[in-house]
Ligand binder design. Structure first.
Ligand code: PHE
Length: 350
């Protein structure tokens, strides 16, 4: 059959169907009409099925033509159904049960990560910190160099980096997915004068295998306070107050030496286990302590790099993983749950 023949046939089917439809005046007849003109064995359906055997160049035009005819018939059918229902409400009452409840609209909820990020930011906002965000695609310059981590320095191994496939004239890759929110320390200080008091929530990326405690993408919340006369006591006091707000007023905190190239001294901060009160249990790996963040006094090289005089200004910085904090608060055992979009997990938070 040629393309023209087929088109004539479609037009003919459509004309006959519409003519027959005009004569239909109750719902059973309407259903019969639907079966004979649009059902599986109807001429139109058969014709559409046989499209596959046509020469390839004829298929699109005829396919489109047949689809239009089908849509025309569908619309005519629902128009006719409405007309009949209006004329015979008692028949329509059988077809549409108006006493059935409507479809419930699913209610969305706030993602647990968003929830904990907001909670943490609110705790710091109430202590005078403002909230700032920064780019996820970052320059090597801010992610490393401005943070006292020069090119080819072994400290870079602390962050397994996802590089952007782009080389500069020296054959170096200057662009990456930020491995932490710390680059915002440099960006903020570069563009403002002290006093600085900010927290920076945002997504970070690392080229890492995943396991229950590691994701290759996750959030961090960075904190930075720089002014005249800021000392280690301010760091300890601020973070202690934060821990009490997040985990309860009885929390004890512990600071131990740790190394991050952009702080000196550097520390890691732990809280006493809120589950076993320090006796040792599964949550705290039987140590009684849970590490919740890295922190330290901003390194003089970092201050100098952004044009702050380290003889006048000092400051502290900290960085934490909000998913980890949420895991501790809610007894969540696998960080990957945050990003696997399982509604059974997510619904528990809304
Ligand atoms: N950026 C560090 C990390 O990702 C954490 C940190 C932030 C440590 C600020 C000290 C000060 O491991």
């Amino acid at each position: 059959m040629s393309e023209i023949d087929s088109m004539t046939q479609v037009a003919d089917i459509q004309a006959r169907a519409l003519l027959a439809l005009a004569a239909v005046d109750d719902l059973p007849a309407l259903d019969e009409w639907r079966v004979s003109f649009m059902g599986r064995r109807s001429a139109l359906t058969q014709l559409m099925r046989s499209l596959g055997s046509l020469p390839a160049e004829d298929r699109p035009a005829l396919g489109a033509f047949a689809n239009t005819a089908r849509r025309t018939l569908e619309e005519a059918l629902s128009d006719r159904r409405r007309e009949i229902a209006r004329a015979q409400p008692e028949a329509a009452a059988d077809a549409i049960d108006v006493t059935l409840p409507g479809w419930p609209t699913p209610r969305g909820g706030i993602h647990p990560t968003t929830r904990i990020v907001r909670e943490i930011c609110a705790a710091f906002a109430s202590m005078g910190f403002s909230v700032v965000e920064g780019p996820e695609i970052e320059w090597d310059h801010y992610n490393f160099e401005m943070l006292n981590i020069p090119r080819h320095h072994p400290a870079r191994d602390m962050w397994d980096t996802l590089w952007i496939d782009f080389e500069d004239a020296d054959g170096e890759r200057p662009m990456l997915l930020r491995t932490h929110t710390s680059p915002m320390q440099a960006r903020i200080m570069e563009s403002t004068r002290p006093p600085v008091r900010v927290v920076v929530p945002g997504k970070c990326y690392r080229y890492e295998a995943t396991d229950p405690r590691h994701e290759w993408h996750f959030y961090q919340i960075e904190g930075l306070a720089v002014d005249r006369g800021i000392a280690m006591t301010d760091l300890k006091g601020t973070l202690y107050e934060f821990a009490r707000r997040m985990f309860g007023v009885d929390r004890k905190v512990r600071f131990r030496c740790d190394y991050f190239p952009f702080v000196e001294p550097g520390v890691d901060m732990s809280i006493d286990c809120f589950l076993c009160q320090g006796d040792g249990c599964r949550v705290c790996s039987h140590t009684g302590w849970i590490e919740i963040m890295g922190a330290g006094m901003v390194h003089p090289n970092v201050l100098e790099g952004v044009g702050y005089d380290p003889n006048i200004y000092t400051g502290f910085a900290f960085g934490m993983g909000p998913e980890r904090i949420s895991m501790l608060k809610h007894g969540i055992e696998d960080i990957r749950l945050f990003y696997s979009n399982d509604l059974r997990f997510l619904r528990q938070f809304s």
